[in-house]
Design a binder for this molecule. Structure first.
Ligand code: SDX
Length: 392
């Protein structure tokens, strides 16, 4: 039971979804993918391995990893006609609007990977989505700043390729900073999947009708865009800039506690975690590493750490079990890497695509899967007769 209806998007009669992909213990702050802790994966693995793990259930051996990475690499380029879709948008369009539009347009393009009853076509659609999201994301950024699109390069890994498509310009050579590429790869790992969050549930509901897989992912992007979900990383930075100085933190903490004030501490709280989000801890460490590598002294990092300290020492947040979540520190890293705030949620969508695809694939391949049909608790009028207009 949630709020006003029994939620059953292909879920079992208990109203919960059965999945083998991700496990979260919100009370203990545990996150595992196929049994591996997020901390170990972030430290020892890489995003391509995590993609393989989410899709296939096991970490790849050498040849499996090499074949998977080759397939992803050779799907990174967009069909040249797809490039026209970007030019239909206003230059000042939010890049998430462009992502929804262009990923949705893939459903009108790649007809040879939309027969979801065919395992090969399901695999090709999955690889195309994972491979092309960095290209679409980088193109959305280039279009917004009026720079020429930069094509993917097959000699770079996934994170390196994304950084060069985003930040290189034809006028000069671009050398990828390996520390930033590793940090980018780790950020992708931390955002890869998260059980039945709002956007993943959106993809499952859309996919349960047998809809076009590319259109289902576009629906997930739309859901992630909201400030209560994936849009929070952009909102955290705006909040920190609004607070401006550590002396103003108590004022904002009091506002967050005031039920009559719509202000909430962005990057704090979670539907499931009632303990520290394990991804936030890894993100905070990565934040220090990236800023040190770049020699960036960002006062917003000090402000964020002071805000976290004061909030966590306040009885309200302890009582409500509100802790920093994955979005609290990510914006500071991305800002240091020169991403505009409008791109923060785009990066979340880029990374979460493998989670959406893995969960969609798991559902489609479930022989007992049914179309989702959320139930409701009716709280409207009881039966009554029609009243003629002259009597109203
Ligand atoms: C993501 O689902 C996922 O897994 C999502 C995600 C993923 O990887 O897919 O983890 C990514 O979306 C992370 C969350 C990012 N959003 C934010 O950081 C926005 C700020 N946080 C909130 O808006 C809020 O915490 C939610 C939306 C995330 C959860 O809201 P809930 O369901 O109301 O949280 P709750 O039930 O635990 O709240 C308990 C109480 C409530 O007050 P009471 O009704 O008990 O009086 O705490 C209050 C809430 O009003 N509260 C907050 C708060 N978050 C909850 N008060 C102040 N500041 C906050 N941030």
């Amino acid at each position: 039971q949630t709020d006003c209806f029994t939620y059953d998007p292909g879920f079992t009669s208990t109203g919960s979804c059965e999945s083998k992909i991700t496990y979260i213990d919100g009370e203990e702050g545990i996150l595992m993918h196929r049994g591996y802790s997020i901390e170990e994966l972030a430290e020892k693995s890489d995003f391509m391995e995590v993609c393989y793990l989410l899709l296939h259930g096991e970490l790849p051996n050498g040849s499996e990893k090499e074949n998977f990475e080759r397939s992803i690499t050779y799907h990174t380029m967009l069909h040249e006609q797809m490039m026209n879709f970007f030019r239909g948008f206003r230059r000042d369009s939010h890049p998430m609007a462009i992502m929804v539009g262009v990923v949705g347009a893939m459903s009108a393009f790649y007809h040879d990977s939309t027969d979801i009853s065919d395992p090969h076509q399901r695999m090709v659609a999955s690889h195309r989505l994972i491979a092309k999201m960095p290209t679409i994301a980088a193109n959305a950024y280039k279009y917004s700043v009026g720079q020429p699109f930069v094509y993917p390069r097959n000699n770079l890994n996934y994170a390196e390729n994304f950084l060069q498509m985003t930040f290189s310009v034809p006028a000069e050579d671009y050398v990828v900073n390996p520390v930033l590429a590793r940090a980018m790869d780790r950020i992708f790992i931390l955002h890869a999947d998260h059980e039945q969050n709002a956007s993943t549930s959106t993809v499952r509901i859309a996919g349960s009708s047998g809809a076009n897989p590319f259109a289902c992912i576009a629906a997930g992007i739309a859901s992630l865009w909201g400030p209560a979900h994936g849009g929070a990383n952009e909102a955290v930075l705006k909040m920190l800039q609004e607070i401006g100085h550590k002396d103003r933190i108590p004022e904002f903490i009091e506002r967050a506690k005031n039920k009559d004030d719509p202000f909430r501490l962005m990057g704090f709280g979670h539907r499931v975690y009632k303990n520290y989000d394990p991804r936030a801890a890894v993100m905070r460490t990565s934040c220090h590493e990236v800023l040190a590598e770049l020699g960036v002294e960002d006062p917003l990092l000090e402000l964020a750490m002071e805000l976290e300290k004061l909030a966590l020492s306040d009885p309200y947040f302890a009582e409500k079990k509100l802790f920093p979540n994955v979005d609290f520190y990510s914006g500071i890293i991305l800002k240091a890497m020169n991403f505009p705030t409008s791109m923060f949620t785009v990066l979340f969508a880029l990374a979460r695509t493998v989670g959406w695809v893995a969960q969609w694939k798991e559902m489609i391949e479930d022989p007992n899967q049914k179309i989702s049909r959320p139930r409701q608790l009716y709280t409207g009028h009881t039966a009554r007769s029609y009243t003629e207009l002259k009597d109203r």
